[in-house]
Design a protein. Sequence first.
Length: 317
Amino acid sequence: PQQHDKGTDFLVAKAEQLEWLFADCTKVTWQLLVVDACCPQGSSKVAHQILQERFNKPSVKILQLQDGINNNVALVSGVESTMDPQLLQNYANLYGMWHAVRTSTLYHVIVPVDQSLAIHLGQVGGLVGPLMVDNAPAVVMSRLDPDSVVVPRTFSPKDKLYNFLWKRVFQSLAYIVDVDSPMKGYRADILRDVLADSIEQKRVYDTELLIKADVKKPKQTCRTPVVCSGIVERTAAQQLAMIQAATALYRKQSAPTDDGEIFVEFINQLDEDTWNKLISKMPDSIANADPAVFSEWKEIRVSDLKKNLRPTTGSGV
């Protein structure tokens, strides 16, 4: 904040949020892992300096994605620093989780956090009960939960279309409701097993983690309410790349369906032009709906979407 009018001092602020949360919990240990996703501006050096000056405690550790690449960590193999920044961030999250599970115990909870940092980390406490007491394999902090507070609570038409298609493909996970939640938590033992397998689709790694957790314990992933600011904005091209990458995981879910197969085929035939056209000519029933209802909603079929992509013909006189 002292250096920029929109600065948030996020590194110290997030560490202090966790320190506040666990201040009276003498039997709880925590660690915040911050991963530098091959930042060309050397952000990790700045972060080190900030921590040395203002939060010099072992509970915060900075990792370098480049170290994982140099040490041939399988989970981040194939990474190049020139990749799309979003994809690099996904690799960084995976490297952070890989590092966390290597030093975790049975009673640890691992929480990968969306890079938007839109959620107060004091809410991590809301994940502990379902994971440790109810023995859920994973917990999603859902922005679509009736008790959630999201400002502004709006979804763009393209967000709704993405959400609708995702739930038609992954019907066995539709009960989770918020497919793109910025905060999820996993039991360390579950995440260790899941990461032991290769993560095939790095662009949608969080979908793959949820699928594998659900396969281990079907229908036991929980959702909890959340307080957060805004919805992470992605371009139409980014969303198309994500939903098409996700379709490669279709057969890995616990209960693939014939209906989902039809949607997978349709999605993989889309290109950026037809995706943008589909957004602009989306059926009103999707555009005007609350995304929370898409979990059980089957009004729109692939044939309805294809009809909106057909070229319109003028009427002659």
